[in-house]
Write a protein that binds this ligand. Sequence first.
Ligand code: 13P
Ligand code: ZN
Ligand code: NA
Length: 284
Amino acid sequence: MLLNMKDLLKTAYENQFAVGSYNVANSEFVRVVIEAAEEKNAPAIIQIHPNEIELLGDEFTAYVREICQRTSIPVAIHLDHGASVQDVMRAIRNGFTSVMIDASHASFEDNIAITKEVVQLAHAVNVSVEAELGTIGSNDNSSEGGADEILYTDPQDAKIFVEETGVDTLAVAIGTSHGQYKHAGKPELKLDLLQEIHQQVNIPLVLHGGSDNKDEEISQTYLHGVSKINLSTDMKNAFFQEMRSFLTENQGAYEPDVIMPSARNAAKEVVKKKMDLFNSTNHA
Ligand code: 13P
Ligand code: ZN
Ligand code: NA
């Protein structure tokens, strides 16, 4: 069942759980997420980053839409980190039900202006919009990028930003980074800051950089307004680690139907664990 983000996140927001939003960089990951969602009876979001669209082509979205329409689980197709109005329009034209406009590196005023423009365009065709205020950190070779220095979201700015733009969901910076953490130990999330933002803003919040955090911190975030958690690295890592060891042990292997299943299962196990961690299991 294909929904837009606003409709999909409504129950999550009201019932204090988070829907995982998984970066699918090929059809294997689409199957991984949908099968995990069906087995866990958990809503899910399929998100595609512009770099991934570049790899896959626009036609890929039609394939994803078809799969999303066939499942009885509530799902959305979301553009991850759209960088421009062009990215957003291209995604909408290709059937995304939700888009992110990430103008978090622009000035506060410019971020408001471009987000407002995207909201007007997207809402006219029932597509929901996520924007970002503050900046998520960046680690190793994550394709999602991010800033070297995290700029934490200011709660008062967040309130103004949401009122001015009419955005449906807001990505906040409370200490997470894209990818795996370079330095020893996982980061401390500013959960007190999250609570302050949640008090100022009455729309679902989004946590980027969902991989490689402390489970006990992640399970606090959806008690304080986070209804969507982005997850890429942990799932992809499990997939390619398994594929790497399979290929090392089976030097002559070349058939996809021989190579893929174990990698797919490894990734699926990670996604199912995340669904439990986000408390989205049995909430479809
Ligand atoms: P991770 O790679 O840390 O899971 O972050 C994913 C993300 O935020 C995509 O937008
Ligand atoms: Zn992100
Ligand atoms: Na991360």
